[in-house]
Design a protein around this ligand. Structure first.
Ligand SMILES: *Cc1c(COP(=O)(O)O)cnc(C)c1O
Length: 439
């Protein structure tokens, strides 16, 4: 008899019925029974907003693509009606309401959602060092971070991170620009082009043969007791989390610009791809603050890496890994290839998350091809996970005609053209196969 975290496997499956689908890699939809309306502390989000504003002149100067928005790292919200129609046709189901895409695959600087949290945490650390060492007073013009004096000061410090790719990319690019030395611990899923890009930018890339959790652990160990060495811990960092959370108030403005006010009669459904849970968790935390119970927050994970759903449904949270239940954590969605959920995000999401579902790699690729054909947009496989959401909520919950659905796209703009072409070809093949299996 196999014992998992103190209980026989059979007993787990009986007590937590969703595990039957999870452990057999069958796509499933889980509604959080512990969802509560908890008050949310706005202070850390405000602090993050203010810090990002202080740094805006610096960002506008060093990253010209942020200049049109005065140094703000933000992405468009667009209506994707052709994709909505394609989804409805493919699944023979109407999606009540309007579908939008939040284009974090096109965020400036690093082309993924990690440009929110990752860059924010590096800026926080840089500001702290600069003010502790008397280089900076809070109200000074932060464009002075772009100076030889600052860069040579930061050159004696190292920033390190463990990553499946995109977090390393975000942190590597901003930290290197500020003048820091950078160590990025990459897990085995990390794509070669991501490693190459970082190396070209002078980042020290340490390649691990193990998965994401192990790469983070190795990075954490390597960082221990080293002076002038700062490890960004994706499983525990509050700075990352609140950096992501700033997305929400900006989204609210974008919705208002579209003439959309969210209330009792106009609910908002947001579908977020989930790896360790930091990015979607931070964004969800901010959304809950902005929209209260009128926003429905739904996470999406690959069938082979459903760590967040596993942690929440078993209430083992970061104590459990998908490997404990016999799953491989092998998925083509490299950004979501995480076996154990974030401790910090689990705590915040316990009462905040509405639902979580799993999706097969085949379906991710199918949507990738659909999005290219219907809207002319490329986003990486991980970023497609949200598109199944409106279909599943329509199937599992009553949705008002007045609803707004937002699929959060999370990465893609840095992906080389050859990889995009390969992804598109695979997408068309997977879509064909799915269609044949259905009929
Ligand atoms: C990191 C990442 C996610 C998920 O973020 P987590 O903080 O790991 O949950 C989703 N999509 C892409 C493309 C990512 O790189």
């Amino acid at each position: 008899m196999q014992i998992i975290h103190g209980k026989p496997r059979n007993q787990w499956l009986k007590e937590v019925p969703i595990l039957q689908a999870l452990t057999t890699r069958v796509e499933c939809y889980w509604i959080n029974p512990n969802k509560m309306n908890l008050p949310i502390d706005k202070a850390p989000i405000d602090e993050a907003e203010e810090r990002l504003s202080r740094f805006a002149p610096y960002l506008a100067k060093r990253f010209p693509e942020t200049k049109p928005k005065n140094g703000m790292i933000e992405s468009p919200l667009i209506r994707v009606e052709h994709m909505q129609a394609a989804l409805e046709q493919q699944h023979s189901r109407t999606i009540p309401g309007h579908l939008f895409l939040k284009c974090d695959h096109a965020l400036p600087i690093s082309g993924s959602v990690k440009a929110r949290g990752g860059i924010y945490e590096v800026l926080t650390y840089a500001e702290k060092l600069a003010s502790e060492h008397g280089l900076l007073k809070q109200h000074e013009d932060y464009s002075q971070f772009d100076s030889p004096a600052f860069r040579s000061f930061f050159a004696s410090y190292t920033i390190a991170v463990g990553s499946t790719g995109n977090l390393g990319l975000s942190i590597g690019l901003i930290a290197e620009t500020l003048g820091f030395k950078v160590d990025v611990h990459m897990s085995s899923e990390a794509k070669q082009w991501k490693k190459n890009l970082l190396k070209r930018n002078g980042v020290n890339v340490i390649e691990h043969q193990s998965d994401y959790g192990e790469a983070v652990k190795q990075g954490r160990i390597a960082a221990e007791r080293k002076p002038r060495y700062y490890f960004i811990d994706d499983e525990k960092s509050a700075d990352l989390f609140f950096g992501y959370a700033t997305a929400a108030s900006r989204l609210k403005k974008q919705l208002l610009d579209e003439g959309i006010l969210i209330d009792e009669h106009h609910p908002l459904y947001v579908y977020l791809p989930c790896g360790v849970g930091g990015a979607p968790g931070g964004i969800a935390y901010g959304l809950r603050q902005e929209f209260g119970r009128h926003v429905h927050i739904i996470f999406a994970e690959p069938i082979d890496s459903p760590c967040f759903l596993l942690g929440m449904s078993t209430q083992l949270y970061s104590e459990v890994s998908v490997q404990d239940f016999g799953l491989t954590n092998q998925t083509a969605a490299d950004g979501l290839a995480v076996g154990r959920p974030s401790e910090l995000s689990s705590v915040y999401m316990k009462g905040c998350l509405n639902a979580c579902y799993t999706i097969s790699d085949a379906r991710l690729y199918g949507y990738l091809a659909d999005l290219i054909e219907t809207e002319g947009i490329y986003a990486e496989p991980s970023a497609q996970a949200g598109f199944y959401g409106p279909i599943l909520t329509a199937r599992n919950e009553g949705i008002l005609e007045t609803a707004t659905h937002i699929v959060w796209s999370t990465g893609g703009d840095m992906v080389p053209i050859e990889t995009r072409q390969e992804d598109y070809i695979r997408g068309k093949n997977e879509r064909e196969r799915l269609k044949n299996n259905q009929s």
